[in-house]
Design a binder for this molecule. Structure first.
Ligand code: FES
Length: 571
Protein backbone atom coordinates (compact mmCIF):
# COMPACT_ATOMS: atom_id res chain seq x y z
CA UNK A 1 0.00 0.00 0.00
CA UNK A 2 1.68 3.27 -1.09
CA UNK A 3 1.48 6.29 1.25
CA UNK A 4 -0.60 8.40 -1.09
CA UNK A 5 -3.47 5.91 -1.15
CA UNK A 6 -6.55 7.06 0.74
CA UNK A 7 -9.99 5.55 1.14
CA UNK A 8 -11.33 4.00 -2.06
CA UNK A 9 -7.85 4.09 -3.64
CA UNK A 10 -6.70 1.19 -1.46
CA UNK A 11 -6.30 -2.25 -2.97
CA UNK A 12 -7.62 -1.60 -6.45
CA UNK A 13 -8.91 -4.43 -8.57
CA UNK A 14 -6.13 -5.19 -11.02
CA UNK A 15 -7.03 -4.74 -14.71
CA UNK A 16 -3.43 -3.84 -15.62
CA UNK A 17 -4.28 -0.12 -15.73
CA UNK A 18 -4.37 1.56 -12.30
CA UNK A 19 -6.12 4.75 -13.45
CA UNK A 20 -8.83 2.74 -15.18
CA UNK A 21 -9.30 0.67 -12.02
CA UNK A 22 -9.75 3.80 -9.93
CA UNK A 23 -12.08 5.41 -12.46
CA UNK A 24 -14.21 2.25 -12.57
CA UNK A 25 -14.37 1.91 -8.80
CA UNK A 26 -15.30 5.56 -8.34
CA UNK A 27 -18.03 5.35 -10.96
CA UNK A 28 -19.60 2.36 -9.20
CA UNK A 29 -19.19 4.06 -5.83
CA UNK A 30 -20.98 7.10 -7.27
CA UNK A 31 -23.94 4.84 -8.01
CA UNK A 32 -24.43 4.76 -4.23
CA UNK A 33 -24.96 8.52 -4.29
CA UNK A 34 -21.65 9.66 -2.80
CA UNK A 35 -20.42 13.09 -3.81
CA UNK A 36 -16.91 13.60 -5.23
CA UNK A 37 -15.99 15.24 -1.95
CA UNK A 38 -17.06 12.20 0.07
CA UNK A 39 -15.27 9.83 -2.29
CA UNK A 40 -11.99 11.66 -1.70
CA UNK A 41 -12.13 11.09 2.07
CA UNK A 42 -10.43 8.33 4.02
CA UNK A 43 -12.72 5.36 4.59
CA UNK A 44 -13.54 3.73 7.93
CA UNK A 45 -14.90 0.25 7.36
CA UNK A 46 -17.43 -0.98 9.89
CA UNK A 47 -17.61 -4.77 10.27
CA UNK A 48 -21.31 -5.09 10.93
CA UNK A 49 -22.78 -8.18 12.56
CA UNK A 50 -26.44 -7.35 12.96
CA UNK A 51 -28.47 -10.47 12.14
CA UNK A 52 -31.97 -11.80 12.57
CA UNK A 53 -30.28 -14.84 14.12
CA UNK A 54 -28.48 -12.79 16.75
CA UNK A 55 -30.73 -11.42 19.49
CA UNK A 56 -27.72 -9.97 21.33
CA UNK A 57 -27.08 -7.59 18.42
CA UNK A 58 -30.70 -6.41 18.09
CA UNK A 59 -29.65 -2.80 18.77
CA UNK A 60 -26.90 -2.73 16.16
CA UNK A 61 -28.80 -0.54 13.67
CA UNK A 62 -28.90 2.23 16.29
CA UNK A 63 -25.27 1.68 17.29
CA UNK A 64 -24.23 1.74 13.64
CA UNK A 65 -25.79 5.18 13.21
CA UNK A 66 -23.81 6.43 16.19
CA UNK A 67 -20.53 4.98 14.89
CA UNK A 68 -21.16 6.63 11.52
CA UNK A 69 -21.90 9.95 13.21
CA UNK A 70 -18.55 9.75 14.98
CA UNK A 71 -16.68 8.90 11.80
CA UNK A 72 -18.31 11.66 9.75
CA UNK A 73 -17.78 14.31 12.40
CA UNK A 74 -14.10 13.36 12.53
CA UNK A 75 -13.75 13.83 8.78
CA UNK A 76 -13.87 10.36 7.22
CA UNK A 77 -16.42 8.33 5.29
CA UNK A 78 -18.03 5.42 7.19
CA UNK A 79 -18.80 2.32 5.10
CA UNK A 80 -20.35 -0.69 6.78
CA UNK A 81 -20.03 -4.19 5.43
CA UNK A 82 -21.59 -7.44 6.61
CA UNK A 83 -19.68 -10.38 7.96
CA UNK A 84 -20.81 -13.65 9.46
CA UNK A 85 -22.61 -13.12 12.77
CA UNK A 86 -22.70 -15.87 15.38
CA UNK A 87 -25.82 -15.83 17.56
CA UNK A 88 -24.84 -18.24 20.31
CA UNK A 89 -28.04 -20.26 20.64
CA UNK A 90 -28.96 -20.35 16.97
CA UNK A 91 -26.04 -22.41 15.69
CA UNK A 92 -25.68 -26.13 15.26
CA UNK A 93 -23.77 -28.08 16.36
CA UNK A 94 -22.10 -25.21 18.24
CA UNK A 95 -21.00 -21.62 17.65
CA UNK A 96 -17.37 -22.52 18.36
CA UNK A 97 -17.25 -24.50 15.13
CA UNK A 98 -17.88 -21.27 13.20
CA UNK A 99 -15.65 -18.91 15.22
CA UNK A 100 -12.68 -19.56 12.96
CA UNK A 101 -14.83 -19.17 9.85
CA UNK A 102 -15.99 -15.76 11.10
CA UNK A 103 -12.39 -14.82 11.89
CA UNK A 104 -11.40 -15.72 8.32
CA UNK A 105 -14.32 -13.71 6.91
CA UNK A 106 -13.35 -10.71 9.05
CA UNK A 107 -9.64 -10.92 8.21
CA UNK A 108 -10.16 -11.29 4.48
CA UNK A 109 -12.85 -8.60 4.14
CA UNK A 110 -10.84 -6.10 6.19
CA UNK A 111 -7.81 -6.75 4.04
CA UNK A 112 -9.54 -7.05 0.66
CA UNK A 113 -11.79 -3.98 0.82
CA UNK A 114 -10.62 -0.38 0.62
CA UNK A 115 -10.48 1.06 4.11
CA UNK A 116 -8.00 3.07 6.18
CA UNK A 117 -9.14 1.64 9.51
CA UNK A 118 -11.95 -0.55 10.74
CA UNK A 119 -14.49 -0.58 13.55
CA UNK A 120 -15.42 -4.11 14.60
CA UNK A 121 -18.94 -4.36 15.98
CA UNK A 122 -19.35 -7.53 18.01
CA UNK A 123 -20.57 -8.82 21.33
CA UNK A 124 -22.30 -12.17 21.37
CA UNK A 125 -19.98 -14.82 22.71
CA UNK A 126 -17.79 -16.01 19.78
CA UNK A 127 -18.11 -12.80 17.76
CA UNK A 128 -15.56 -10.86 19.83
CA UNK A 129 -12.78 -13.48 19.68
CA UNK A 130 -13.52 -14.11 15.99
CA UNK A 131 -13.24 -10.41 15.13
CA UNK A 132 -10.12 -9.91 17.23
CA UNK A 133 -8.43 -12.98 15.73
CA UNK A 134 -9.27 -11.69 12.26
CA UNK A 135 -8.13 -8.15 13.04
CA UNK A 136 -4.81 -9.34 14.49
CA UNK A 137 -4.17 -11.36 11.34
CA UNK A 138 -5.36 -8.60 8.97
CA UNK A 139 -2.82 -6.10 10.30
CA UNK A 140 -4.94 -2.99 9.61
CA UNK A 141 -5.66 -0.27 12.21
CA UNK A 142 -8.74 -1.49 14.09
CA UNK A 143 -10.87 -0.70 17.12
CA UNK A 144 -13.66 -2.75 18.57
CA UNK A 145 -17.10 -1.66 19.71
CA UNK A 146 -18.74 -4.04 22.16
CA UNK A 147 -22.51 -4.70 22.09
CA UNK A 148 -22.84 -4.34 25.86
CA UNK A 149 -24.77 -6.56 28.27
CA UNK A 150 -28.55 -7.04 28.59
CA UNK A 151 -30.50 -5.56 31.48
CA UNK A 152 -32.02 -8.02 33.94
CA UNK A 153 -35.67 -9.11 33.93
CA UNK A 154 -37.92 -9.72 36.95
CA UNK A 155 -39.84 -12.77 38.13
CA UNK A 156 -41.91 -12.66 41.34
CA UNK A 157 -39.76 -9.91 42.78
CA UNK A 158 -36.50 -11.62 41.85
CA UNK A 159 -33.93 -10.33 39.31
CA UNK A 160 -33.34 -12.66 36.38
CA UNK A 161 -30.40 -12.58 33.98
CA UNK A 162 -29.45 -14.82 31.11
CA UNK A 163 -28.10 -17.23 31.44
CA UNK A 164 -27.08 -18.27 34.94
CA UNK A 165 -30.70 -17.96 36.03
CA UNK A 166 -31.80 -19.97 32.96
CA UNK A 167 -29.79 -22.89 34.33
CA UNK A 168 -30.84 -22.35 37.93
CA UNK A 169 -34.54 -22.42 37.06
CA UNK A 170 -34.09 -25.37 34.70
CA UNK A 171 -32.36 -27.33 37.49
CA UNK A 172 -35.33 -26.51 39.76
CA UNK A 173 -37.75 -27.67 37.07
CA UNK A 174 -35.80 -30.93 36.59
CA UNK A 175 -35.84 -31.52 40.33
CA UNK A 176 -39.65 -31.06 40.32
CA UNK A 177 -39.41 -27.90 42.40
CA UNK A 178 -41.33 -25.73 39.89
CA UNK A 179 -43.96 -26.76 37.34
CA UNK A 180 -44.36 -26.41 33.57
CA UNK A 181 -46.41 -23.22 33.82
CA UNK A 182 -43.80 -21.44 35.91
CA UNK A 183 -40.82 -22.52 33.75
CA UNK A 184 -42.74 -21.26 30.73
CA UNK A 185 -43.29 -17.89 32.43
CA UNK A 186 -39.60 -17.70 33.38
CA UNK A 187 -38.67 -18.44 29.75
CA UNK A 188 -40.19 -15.10 28.75
CA UNK A 189 -38.44 -13.14 31.51
CA UNK A 190 -34.81 -14.24 31.21
CA UNK A 191 -33.66 -12.22 28.20
CA UNK A 192 -35.71 -9.08 27.90
CA UNK A 193 -33.52 -6.47 26.19
CA UNK A 194 -30.92 -6.24 23.44
CA UNK A 195 -27.37 -7.05 24.49
CA UNK A 196 -25.25 -9.97 25.58
CA UNK A 197 -25.87 -12.31 28.52
CA UNK A 198 -26.35 -10.30 31.70
CA UNK A 199 -23.80 -12.10 33.89
CA UNK A 200 -20.02 -12.57 33.77
CA UNK A 201 -20.37 -15.21 31.06
CA UNK A 202 -18.16 -15.59 28.02
CA UNK A 203 -19.41 -12.48 26.22
CA UNK A 204 -18.90 -10.21 29.23
CA UNK A 205 -15.53 -11.81 30.01
CA UNK A 206 -14.38 -11.28 26.43
CA UNK A 207 -15.58 -7.66 26.51
CA UNK A 208 -13.48 -7.07 29.64
CA UNK A 209 -10.53 -8.87 28.06
CA UNK A 210 -10.82 -6.67 24.97
CA UNK A 211 -10.56 -3.65 27.28
CA UNK A 212 -7.65 -5.16 29.21
CA UNK A 213 -5.83 -5.80 25.92
CA UNK A 214 -6.39 -2.15 24.97
CA UNK A 215 -8.54 -2.84 21.89
CA UNK A 216 -11.69 -0.91 22.88
CA UNK A 217 -12.12 2.56 24.35
CA UNK A 218 -11.43 2.71 28.09
CA UNK A 219 -14.47 2.26 30.30
CA UNK A 220 -16.72 0.88 27.59
CA UNK A 221 -16.71 -2.92 28.18
CA UNK A 222 -19.54 -2.98 30.70
CA UNK A 223 -21.89 -0.23 29.50
CA UNK A 224 -25.33 -1.85 29.15
CA UNK A 225 -26.48 -2.33 25.56
CA UNK A 226 -29.51 -0.07 25.97
CA UNK A 227 -27.81 2.71 27.96
CA UNK A 228 -27.32 6.09 26.28
CA UNK A 229 -23.62 5.84 27.20
CA UNK A 230 -23.40 2.87 24.81
CA UNK A 231 -24.42 5.18 21.95
CA UNK A 232 -21.92 7.79 23.09
CA UNK A 233 -19.26 5.03 23.18
CA UNK A 234 -20.22 4.08 19.62
CA UNK A 235 -19.85 7.69 18.45
CA UNK A 236 -16.51 8.01 20.24
CA UNK A 237 -15.33 4.70 18.75
CA UNK A 238 -16.07 6.01 15.25
CA UNK A 239 -14.03 9.14 15.97
CA UNK A 240 -11.20 7.07 17.49
CA UNK A 241 -11.08 4.94 14.33
CA UNK A 242 -10.43 8.10 12.29
CA UNK A 243 -7.53 8.99 14.59
CA UNK A 244 -6.06 5.55 13.87
CA UNK A 245 -5.68 6.25 10.16
CA UNK A 246 -2.05 5.83 9.18
CA UNK A 247 -1.20 4.58 12.67
CA UNK A 248 1.27 1.79 13.26
CA UNK A 249 -0.78 0.86 16.33
CA UNK A 250 -2.37 -2.17 14.72
CA UNK A 251 -3.93 -5.04 16.71
CA UNK A 252 -0.99 -7.41 16.20
CA UNK A 253 1.22 -4.81 17.90
CA UNK A 254 -1.24 -4.07 20.74
CA UNK A 255 -1.57 -7.80 21.44
CA UNK A 256 1.80 -8.83 22.85
CA UNK A 257 3.12 -10.97 25.71
CA UNK A 258 2.61 -8.18 28.27
CA UNK A 259 -0.92 -7.19 27.25
CA UNK A 260 -1.91 -10.86 27.11
CA UNK A 261 -0.62 -11.30 30.66
CA UNK A 262 -2.70 -8.26 31.71
CA UNK A 263 -5.73 -9.91 30.08
CA UNK A 264 -5.09 -13.18 31.93
CA UNK A 265 -4.89 -11.27 35.24
CA UNK A 266 -8.22 -9.63 34.47
CA UNK A 267 -9.79 -12.96 33.53
CA UNK A 268 -8.68 -14.44 36.85
CA UNK A 269 -9.80 -11.46 38.92
CA UNK A 270 -13.21 -11.51 37.23
CA UNK A 271 -13.70 -15.19 38.01
CA UNK A 272 -14.41 -15.11 34.28
CA UNK A 273 -15.49 -17.72 31.77
CA UNK A 274 -13.42 -20.84 31.09
CA UNK A 275 -14.10 -20.29 27.38
CA UNK A 276 -12.04 -17.12 27.57
CA UNK A 277 -8.89 -19.20 28.10
CA UNK A 278 -9.47 -20.81 24.69
CA UNK A 279 -10.33 -17.52 22.99
CA UNK A 280 -7.47 -15.52 24.50
CA UNK A 281 -5.06 -18.31 23.54
CA UNK A 282 -6.34 -18.10 19.96
CA UNK A 283 -6.17 -14.27 19.77
CA UNK A 284 -2.66 -14.24 21.27
CA UNK A 285 -1.63 -17.09 18.99
CA UNK A 286 -2.48 -14.99 15.93
CA UNK A 287 0.04 -12.43 17.21
CA UNK A 288 2.63 -15.17 17.79
CA UNK A 289 2.22 -15.06 21.58
CA UNK A 290 1.99 -18.37 23.38
CA UNK A 291 -0.41 -18.78 26.35
CA UNK A 292 0.45 -21.78 28.49
CA UNK A 293 -1.67 -23.33 31.22
CA UNK A 294 1.42 -23.35 33.46
CA UNK A 295 1.52 -19.56 33.04
CA UNK A 296 -2.19 -19.42 33.92
CA UNK A 297 -1.53 -21.31 37.17
CA UNK A 298 1.40 -19.05 38.05
CA UNK A 299 -0.71 -15.93 37.58
CA UNK A 300 -3.69 -17.55 39.29
CA UNK A 301 -1.73 -18.07 42.49
CA UNK A 302 -1.09 -14.31 42.76
CA UNK A 303 -4.33 -12.85 41.36
CA UNK A 304 -7.32 -12.61 43.69
CA UNK A 305 -10.97 -12.84 42.61
CA UNK A 306 -12.40 -9.35 43.06
CA UNK A 307 -15.64 -9.25 41.08
CA UNK A 308 -18.85 -10.42 42.69
CA UNK A 309 -21.03 -11.26 39.68
CA UNK A 310 -23.00 -14.34 38.72
CA UNK A 311 -22.31 -17.16 38.07
CA UNK A 312 -19.62 -16.94 40.78
CA UNK A 313 -21.20 -14.28 42.99
CA UNK A 314 -24.37 -12.21 43.22
CA UNK A 315 -24.44 -9.25 40.84
CA UNK A 316 -25.16 -8.71 37.16
CA UNK A 317 -23.25 -6.76 34.51
CA UNK A 318 -25.49 -3.71 35.07
CA UNK A 319 -24.23 -3.73 38.68
CA UNK A 320 -20.61 -4.03 37.53
CA UNK A 321 -21.09 -0.98 35.30
CA UNK A 322 -22.66 1.03 38.12
CA UNK A 323 -19.95 -0.16 40.54
CA UNK A 324 -17.20 1.44 38.49
CA UNK A 325 -16.67 -1.20 35.80
CA UNK A 326 -13.33 -2.06 34.27
CA UNK A 327 -11.68 1.20 35.35
CA UNK A 328 -12.20 0.30 39.01
CA UNK A 329 -11.07 -3.29 38.53
CA UNK A 330 -7.92 -2.30 36.66
CA UNK A 331 -7.08 0.25 39.36
CA UNK A 332 -7.34 -2.50 42.01
CA UNK A 333 -4.98 -4.68 39.99
CA UNK A 334 -2.65 -1.82 39.04
CA UNK A 335 0.52 -3.13 40.68
CA UNK A 336 0.07 -6.53 38.99
CA UNK A 337 -0.31 -5.08 35.48
CA UNK A 338 2.16 -4.01 32.81
CA UNK A 339 1.28 -0.33 32.68
CA UNK A 340 3.45 0.41 29.66
CA UNK A 341 1.15 -1.51 27.29
CA UNK A 342 -0.14 0.68 24.46
CA UNK A 343 -3.88 0.91 23.92
CA UNK A 344 -5.86 1.74 20.81
CA UNK A 345 -6.21 5.37 21.94
CA UNK A 346 -2.45 5.86 21.64
CA UNK A 347 -2.12 6.08 25.42
CA UNK A 348 -0.54 3.48 27.65
CA UNK A 349 -2.59 1.64 30.25
CA UNK A 350 -0.77 3.66 32.92
CA UNK A 351 -1.69 6.96 31.24
CA UNK A 352 -5.32 5.86 31.28
CA UNK A 353 -5.31 5.88 35.07
CA UNK A 354 -4.03 9.44 35.29
CA UNK A 355 -6.79 10.58 32.90
CA UNK A 356 -9.61 9.06 34.97
CA UNK A 357 -11.76 11.47 36.93
CA UNK A 358 -14.48 9.15 38.31
CA UNK A 359 -13.02 6.80 40.92
CA UNK A 360 -16.18 5.64 42.75
CA UNK A 361 -16.24 1.92 43.56
CA UNK A 362 -19.13 -0.13 44.96
CA UNK A 363 -17.35 -2.61 47.20
CA UNK A 364 -20.31 -4.99 47.14
CA UNK A 365 -19.45 -5.70 43.53
CA UNK A 366 -15.74 -4.91 43.14
CA UNK A 367 -13.77 -5.95 46.20
CA UNK A 368 -10.63 -4.22 47.41
CA UNK A 369 -7.33 -6.05 47.01
CA UNK A 370 -6.89 -6.28 50.76
CA UNK A 371 -10.32 -7.91 51.14
CA UNK A 372 -10.68 -10.14 48.06
CA UNK A 373 -13.55 -12.54 47.46
CA UNK A 374 -10.99 -15.29 46.94
CA UNK A 375 -7.23 -14.96 47.51
CA UNK A 376 -6.44 -16.82 44.29
CA UNK A 377 -7.70 -16.57 40.71
CA UNK A 378 -10.99 -18.00 39.56
CA UNK A 379 -9.48 -20.54 37.16
CA UNK A 380 -6.93 -23.26 37.68
CA UNK A 381 -5.31 -25.64 35.18
CA UNK A 382 -5.00 -29.32 36.06
CA UNK A 383 -2.62 -31.90 34.63
CA UNK A 384 -2.36 -35.67 34.98
CA UNK A 385 -2.52 -38.90 33.03
CA UNK A 386 -6.09 -38.10 31.91
CA UNK A 387 -5.05 -34.65 30.71
CA UNK A 388 -1.36 -34.62 29.70
CA UNK A 389 -1.82 -31.24 27.97
CA UNK A 390 -4.07 -29.85 30.65
CA UNK A 391 -7.64 -29.24 31.69
CA UNK A 392 -9.44 -26.29 33.30
CA UNK A 393 -11.47 -25.99 36.48
CA UNK A 394 -13.34 -22.83 37.39
CA UNK A 395 -12.66 -23.14 41.08
CA UNK A 396 -14.49 -19.91 41.90
CA UNK A 397 -17.72 -21.52 40.62
CA UNK A 398 -17.04 -24.94 42.17
CA UNK A 399 -17.71 -26.58 45.53
CA UNK A 400 -14.48 -26.48 47.57
CA UNK A 401 -15.60 -29.61 49.47
CA UNK A 402 -14.94 -31.60 46.27
CA UNK A 403 -11.47 -30.18 45.58
CA UNK A 404 -9.62 -33.15 47.13
CA UNK A 405 -11.67 -36.16 46.10
CA UNK A 406 -11.35 -39.70 44.81
CA UNK A 407 -14.36 -41.36 43.23
CA UNK A 408 -15.68 -44.00 40.85
CA UNK A 409 -16.06 -43.03 37.19
CA UNK A 410 -19.51 -43.18 35.61
CA UNK A 411 -18.69 -42.91 31.92
CA UNK A 412 -20.74 -41.60 29.00
CA UNK A 413 -19.05 -42.33 25.69
CA UNK A 414 -20.73 -39.53 23.73
CA UNK A 415 -23.37 -36.83 23.92
CA UNK A 416 -25.92 -39.28 22.51
CA UNK A 417 -25.04 -41.79 25.23
CA UNK A 418 -25.36 -39.05 27.86
CA UNK A 419 -28.79 -38.01 26.60
CA UNK A 420 -29.93 -41.63 26.55
CA UNK A 421 -28.84 -42.68 30.03
CA UNK A 422 -28.39 -39.70 32.37
CA UNK A 423 -31.98 -39.79 33.63
CA UNK A 424 -32.40 -43.56 33.44
CA UNK A 425 -33.62 -44.69 36.88
CA UNK A 426 -31.44 -47.81 36.42
CA UNK A 427 -28.23 -45.74 36.07
CA UNK A 428 -25.81 -46.86 38.77
CA UNK A 429 -24.60 -43.60 40.23
CA UNK A 430 -24.03 -42.08 43.66
CA UNK A 431 -23.42 -38.46 44.64
CA UNK A 432 -19.72 -39.09 45.36
CA UNK A 433 -19.08 -40.66 41.91
CA UNK A 434 -17.39 -38.76 39.11
CA UNK A 435 -19.32 -38.27 35.86
CA UNK A 436 -17.13 -38.55 32.75
CA UNK A 437 -18.16 -37.46 29.26
CA UNK A 438 -16.00 -38.56 26.31
CA UNK A 439 -15.92 -37.49 22.66
CA UNK A 440 -17.21 -33.96 23.14
CA UNK A 441 -13.93 -32.15 22.39
CA UNK A 442 -12.80 -30.08 19.40
CA UNK A 443 -12.19 -33.18 17.25
CA UNK A 444 -15.62 -34.70 17.91
CA UNK A 445 -18.33 -34.19 15.28
CA UNK A 446 -20.20 -31.92 17.73
CA UNK A 447 -17.14 -29.59 17.80
CA UNK A 448 -16.69 -29.05 21.54
CA UNK A 449 -20.16 -27.99 22.65
CA UNK A 450 -20.88 -26.43 26.03
CA UNK A 451 -21.87 -29.84 27.35
CA UNK A 452 -19.31 -30.04 30.17
CA UNK A 453 -22.00 -28.95 32.61
CA UNK A 454 -23.44 -32.48 32.68
CA UNK A 455 -26.83 -32.47 34.35
CA UNK A 456 -27.03 -34.05 37.76
CA UNK A 457 -28.78 -37.41 37.15
CA UNK A 458 -32.47 -36.91 37.80
CA UNK A 459 -32.63 -39.46 40.57
CA UNK A 460 -29.83 -37.66 42.46
CA UNK A 461 -31.23 -34.17 41.70
CA UNK A 462 -34.54 -35.28 43.21
CA UNK A 463 -32.65 -36.20 46.39
CA UNK A 464 -31.24 -32.68 46.56
CA UNK A 465 -27.77 -33.29 45.06
CA UNK A 466 -26.65 -29.94 43.62
CA UNK A 467 -23.07 -30.61 42.55
CA UNK A 468 -20.82 -33.52 41.52
CA UNK A 469 -17.39 -33.70 39.91
CA UNK A 470 -17.83 -33.82 36.17
CA UNK A 471 -14.94 -34.39 33.75
CA UNK A 472 -14.98 -33.94 29.98
CA UNK A 473 -13.21 -32.64 26.90
CA UNK A 474 -16.17 -30.32 26.28
CA UNK A 475 -16.56 -26.66 27.19
CA UNK A 476 -18.98 -25.08 29.64
CA UNK A 477 -21.04 -21.96 29.22
CA UNK A 478 -19.47 -19.00 30.98
CA UNK A 479 -22.77 -18.61 32.80
CA UNK A 480 -22.69 -22.10 34.36
CA UNK A 481 -21.32 -23.30 37.70
CA UNK A 482 -20.27 -26.50 39.50
CA UNK A 483 -17.19 -28.63 40.11
CA UNK A 484 -16.55 -29.19 36.45
CA UNK A 485 -13.26 -30.19 34.84
CA UNK A 486 -13.26 -29.07 31.21
CA UNK A 487 -11.17 -28.92 28.04
CA UNK A 488 -9.35 -32.18 28.84
CA UNK A 489 -6.54 -32.21 26.26
CA UNK A 490 -5.84 -34.08 24.05
CA UNK A 491 -9.52 -34.82 23.56
CA UNK A 492 -10.90 -38.35 23.34
CA UNK A 493 -11.73 -38.12 19.62
CA UNK A 494 -8.09 -37.35 18.80
CA UNK A 495 -6.92 -40.40 20.79
CA UNK A 496 -6.46 -38.70 24.15
CA UNK A 497 -6.43 -40.82 27.33
CA UNK A 498 -9.84 -39.49 28.41
CA UNK A 499 -11.21 -41.99 25.88
CA UNK A 500 -9.63 -44.85 27.84
CA UNK A 501 -11.61 -44.28 31.05
CA UNK A 502 -14.05 -47.12 31.79
CA UNK A 503 -17.01 -47.41 34.17
CA UNK A 504 -15.85 -48.17 37.68
CA UNK A 505 -12.28 -46.80 37.27
CA UNK A 506 -11.09 -44.62 40.14
CA UNK A 507 -10.29 -40.96 39.41
CA UNK A 508 -8.46 -38.65 41.80
CA UNK A 509 -8.84 -34.87 41.75
CA UNK A 510 -6.48 -32.65 43.73
CA UNK A 511 -6.95 -28.94 43.13
CA UNK A 512 -4.19 -28.24 45.65
CA UNK A 513 -1.71 -30.19 43.54
CA UNK A 514 -3.25 -29.12 40.21
CA UNK A 515 -3.80 -32.76 39.27
CA UNK A 516 -6.42 -35.06 37.85
CA UNK A 517 -5.41 -38.71 37.52
CA UNK A 518 -6.94 -41.94 36.38
CA UNK A 519 -5.87 -44.58 38.93
CA UNK A 520 -5.30 -47.30 36.34
CA UNK A 521 -1.80 -48.64 35.61
CA UNK A 522 -0.01 -47.88 32.37
CA UNK A 523 -0.04 -51.49 31.12
CA UNK A 524 -3.83 -51.64 31.33
CA UNK A 525 -4.16 -48.26 29.61
CA UNK A 526 -1.91 -49.53 26.81
CA UNK A 527 -4.10 -52.62 26.46
CA UNK A 528 -7.20 -50.44 26.19
CA UNK A 529 -5.53 -48.07 23.70
CA UNK A 530 -4.68 -51.00 21.43
CA UNK A 531 -8.34 -51.93 20.98
CA UNK A 532 -9.79 -48.42 20.62
CA UNK A 533 -11.69 -48.14 17.34
CA UNK A 534 -10.34 -45.57 14.85
CA UNK A 535 -12.17 -42.23 14.74
CA UNK A 536 -15.03 -41.80 12.29
CA UNK A 537 -14.21 -40.77 8.72
CA UNK A 538 -13.63 -37.08 8.16
CA UNK A 539 -16.42 -35.18 6.39
CA UNK A 540 -16.08 -35.27 2.63
CA UNK A 541 -16.42 -31.64 1.69
CA UNK A 542 -16.91 -28.02 2.59
CA UNK A 543 -16.20 -26.19 5.81
CA UNK A 544 -16.77 -29.32 7.90
CA UNK A 545 -13.85 -30.94 6.08
CA UNK A 546 -11.62 -27.89 6.56
CA UNK A 547 -12.54 -27.85 10.25
CA UNK A 548 -11.77 -31.55 10.70
CA UNK A 549 -8.41 -31.22 8.94
CA UNK A 550 -7.18 -28.08 10.61
CA UNK A 551 -8.64 -27.87 14.13
CA UNK A 552 -6.08 -27.63 16.93
CA UNK A 553 -6.55 -28.62 20.57
CA UNK A 554 -7.87 -26.44 23.38
CA UNK A 555 -4.26 -25.83 24.46
CA UNK A 556 -3.82 -23.93 21.18
CA UNK A 557 -7.09 -22.07 21.37
CA UNK A 558 -8.91 -24.39 18.93
CA UNK A 559 -7.56 -22.27 16.11
CA UNK A 560 -6.88 -23.73 12.69
CA UNK A 561 -3.28 -24.81 12.12
CA UNK A 562 -2.99 -22.88 8.85
CA UNK A 563 -4.24 -19.62 10.39
CA UNK A 564 -1.41 -19.38 12.92
CA UNK A 565 1.47 -17.09 11.92
CA UNK A 566 4.55 -18.86 10.61
CA UNK A 567 6.94 -17.08 12.98
CA UNK A 568 7.34 -18.45 16.50
CA UNK A 569 6.45 -16.92 19.87
CA UNK A 570 7.28 -13.25 20.38
CA UNK A 571 7.23 -10.94 23.36
FE1 FES B 1 -25.31 -13.81 23.03
FE2 FES B 1 -25.17 -15.07 25.55
S1 FES B 1 -26.47 -15.50 23.81
S2 FES B 1 -23.95 -13.51 24.69
Amino acid sequence: MSEREVGFQHGLTNYGDRDFSLYLRRSFAQSMGYSQEMLAKPVIGIAYTGSGFNNCHRHFPELLDAVKRGVLAAGALPVEFPTISLGEVFLSPTSLKYRNLMSMDTEEMVRAQPMDAVVLMGGCDKTVPAQLMGAVSAGRPAIMLIAGPMMTGRHRGEKLGACTDCRRFWARYRAGDIDKTEISTVEGRLATTAGTCAVMGTASTMACIAEALGLILPGTAAIPAVHADRLRAAEATGAAAVRLIGSKLTPERIVNAKSVENALRVLLALGGSTNAVIHLTAIAGRAGVNVSLEQLNKLSSTTPVLVNLKPVGNGYMEDFFAAGGMGSLLRELKDLLHLDCMTVTGETLGERFSAEIETYVDRNIIAARKEPLEPQGGLVALFGNIAPKGAILKRSAADAKLFEHEGKAVVFSSLADLAKRIDDPALEVEAHDILVLQNAGPNAPEAMPEAGYLPIPKKLAAKGVKDMIRVSDARMSGTAFGTIVLHVTPDAASGGPLGLVRNGDRIKLSVKEHRIDLLVDDAELKRRAAVVKPAAEKPERGYARLYAQEILGADQGCDFAFLKPRSSSRG
